[in-house]
Design a protein around this ligand. Structure first.
Ligand code: NAD
Length: 299
């Protein structure tokens, strides 16, 4: 069997089209929807994310602002800056760029964001609502993976679903989302004794571990739906296993998921590519959270 590709780009394009229409409608009423990113210092990783957020916001007509705070800011100073954004009626979504300097408590800062303006869906209120089946402002990656699965229009009732990874904002919420569709959910993690023993039973296998090649062909049930959330930057090697160099003589890198795509595509029915699977939808869900808040504020 050669698996069909479960790509996120088409669904992401559709949803972004809807967001752009809503943003334009609001703009025509004199209401600009705005996402504000809070960045402490300038960590290389978050600079890249900020640029990407700015670009996608521009694409759909959402205003993007950056609240750049000094590296030396205190915890109280950070909480105060977030409180100001909570009280600013021109701001509809807030995203706290991680990582923060080690002396700052990221969880405390995320909890300070008004849950209605929580663009990433990481506030405990929004995480807790998933238990009730309320998925407005669910964590972006979890709802992105779930939406991709739902886009297949398959009856999930009674399916064996195995989620590899149990982080607060990816693995755990995905398990809860799938429970609402009456999947039988098994969540695996670093302490799981025989991972393959579980994954081989999965009709639906969702992997978010951050470990390249964790899931191999012999760990997948024939005909399974495989959703690979992992994003790993690995060196490119030639057939002899030597690193391939770029034009500057530095080792080349590529992005891969947690699933051995080449092997697993021969047994699965559906498989997400990395990149191009869950990734494009994750940022789309962030924009959707912001536009929904913009619409709610306009009522
Ligand atoms: P995390 O580090 O918080 O959690 C990793 C999880 O994997 C943990 O539950 C851990 O117990 C489990 N794990 C690690 N090694 C394992 C192993 N050998 N066997 C079984 N379980 C194992 O990571 P996260 O934030 O949940 O992210 C997971 C992956 O998803 C990362 O690669 C991350 O880059 C990626 N990610 C992708 C997107 C996207 O938009 N596609 C968004 C967020 C995260």
């Amino acid at each position: 069997m050669t698996a069909k590709l479960l790509e996120g780009t088409t669904l992401a394009g559709q949803i972004r089209g809807e967001i752009a229409r809503d943003a334009k409608l609001l703009k025509d009423q004199g209401r600009k929807v705005c996402l504000t990113a809070v960045q402490v210092g300038e960590q290389a990783e978050s600079v890249l994310y900020v640029k990407n957020q700015e670009r996608v916001c521009a694409e759909v007509g959402i205003t993007f602002r950056l609240s750049q705070l000094p590296t030396s800011i205190s915890q109280a100073g950070l909480l105060h800056a977030i409180e100001e954004l909570n009280n600013d009626p021109t701001v509809h979504g807030i995203i706290l760029q991680l990582p923060l300097p080690a002396r700052l408590d990221a969880r405390l800062a995320q909890r300070a964001i008004d849950p209605r303006k929580d663009a990433e869906g990481v506030h405990p209120v929004n995480l807790g609502l998933i238990v009730y089946g309320v998925t407005q402002r669910a964590p972006c990656t979890a709802i992105a993976a779930y939406s991709l699965i739902k886009s297949l229009h398959q009856d999930l009732y009674g399916k064996e679903a195995v989620v590899v990874g149990h982080s607060q904002i990816v693995g755990k919420p995905i398990g809860l989302l799938l429970l609402h569709d009456y999947c039988t959910v098994c969540t695996c993690h670093i302490a799981t004794r025989d991972l393959g023993d579980h994954t081989r039973r999965a009709d639906l296998l969702v992997v978010a571990a951050g470990k390249p090649n964790l899931i191999k062909k012999d760990m997948v049930k024939p005909g399974a739906i495989v959703v690979d959330i992992g994003v790993n930057r690995v060196p490119v090697v030639d057939e002899a296993g030597r690193p391939v160099l770029n034009e500057k003589g530095k080792p080349k890198h590529k992005v891969v998921g947690d699933v051995d795509f080449e092997g697993v595509k021969d047994v699965a029915e559906w498989i997400t590519p990395v990149p191009g699977g869950v990734g494009p939808l994750t940022v789309t869900m962030l924009l959707r959270n912001v536009i929904e808040q913009g619409k709610a504020a306009a009522k």
